[in-house]
Design a protein around this ligand. Structure first.
Ligand SMILES: [Cu+2]
Length: 352
């Protein structure tokens, strides 16, 4: 019965609005019904430009306030700080220019709106003005590009200085496997054609290569803090991308070739868990998770922060869940963990 009344009221309100619109239309019949904008129209549209300007500024401030906390915490790698400053300066310049140009654009739209009897001024060119608005972007952009290239070159300079650990990241739909180069710090040869599932040789490591014997294949990445790591990426099937956001690192994994990336972790997992930003994020997430758990939704256990390796190329239907945990720890703990893992020759022996 209540539903019926609500529906009846809604229908009546709709009829009333329709009737009022008709009355309004009838009362307007004598005014000029022209498709050409008059001074009044132009003025209203000019005011609407200011409303829109307030809207875009408002939504910008709102987004900063509400979503600013979603940004990544402090960079946990040596090159990360340089990368972050480049990003911050670029964004600050874009933000500054955007704020000023949008205000000018909308103000000019209002100020020079169409007015009856007013004729637009024919203004062919002004060399000084054009010089100013060409040279300033040229200088700023050239500066940013040069700085960017310099940063890129220094980040992408992968060499064997400082005794790096060599780790292979192997991508396949939809998981990651890591292979440490072992005591000799040289990865054994590998090729997808040598994959032998019966022997559990899932990475296609060359069983006849002596360098491969001490390689260590694992499903969790442990890295010693302060030690450079040279990653070699391979893919078994399609294009993947090894993305380690906390270390500001990403490299595509391409079938048929080896790509590489190198970085030095600077903050251990334990220290990162104590970072105020990370702590706040974990708290916020766990409040949501507790609510879900109370509602009986599965997989809502409290979350603990961990570094993570993700896939950043849409590689198939389970792409979203292609990830591997990364643990950064003191060299001692890392060495202990590594010594507890089986080498390639040990796993081969146990299967045969
Ligand atoms: Cu992938």
């Amino acid at each position: 019965m209540t539903t019926f009344f609500i529906l009846a009221v809604l229908v009546m309100v709709a009829i009333a609005i329709w009737q009022m619109t008709k009355i309004f239309e009838l009362s307007q019949i004598k005014t000029v019904d022209s498709q050409i904008a008059n001074d009044m129209d132009n003025k209203y549209n000019g005011y609407l430009l200011f409303v829109f300007l307030i809207f875009i500024y408002g939504i910008t401030i709102f987004s900063f306030a509400k979503y600013g906390k979603m940004l990544l915490p402090v960079a946990a790698s040596e090159h990360g700080a340089e990368y972050d400053s480049l990003m911050l300066v670029s964004m600050a310049i874009i933000f500054f220019v955007q704020t000023i140009t949008q205000a000018l654009l909308h103000y000019f739209g209002y100020r020079y709106r169409g007015q009856k009897g007013q004729k637009a001024l024919f203004y062919a060119d002004n060399d000084r003005l054009e010089f100013i608005w060409t040279i300033i972007p040229v200088i700023v952009l050239a500066g940013l590009i040069l700085w960017g290239l310099y940063t890129w070159t220094s980040i992408m300079d992968i060499n064997d200085d400082d005794d790096p650990i060599v780790v292979e990241l192997y991508a396949q739909q939809f998981n990651w496997t890591a292979r440490y180069a072992g005591a000799d710090n040289v990865l054994g040869g590998a090729n997808v054609r040598m994959i032998d599932i019966d022997k559990a040789n899932i990475l296609g490591v060359d069983e006849s290569d002596s360098y491969a014997m001490d390689d260590i294949i694992v499903k969790e990445l442990h890295l010693p803090v302060g030690r450079k790591v040279n990653f070699k990426m391979r893919s078994q099937d399609v294009l993947h991308s090894a993305y380690m956001p906390h270390f500001r690192a990403q490299m595509n994994c391409v079938p048929g070739m080896t790509t590489q990336f190198s970085f030095t972790p600077t903050i251990t997992t334990a220290d990162m868990r104590n970072d105020p930003d990370v702590k706040a994020k974990v708290e916020r997430t766990n409040i949501l998770r507790a609510e879900k758990a109370a509602a009986g939704i599965e997989n809502s256990d409290p979350w603990e922060f961990d570094y993570i390796l993700l896939c950043n190329k849409i590689c198939g239907k389970s792409h979203y869940n292609m990830q591997m945990k990364i643990i950064v720890e003191e060299e001692e703990a890392y060495n202990k963990w590594l010594s507890e893992q089986q080498t390639f020759s040990q796993t081969m022996a146990s299967v045969q």
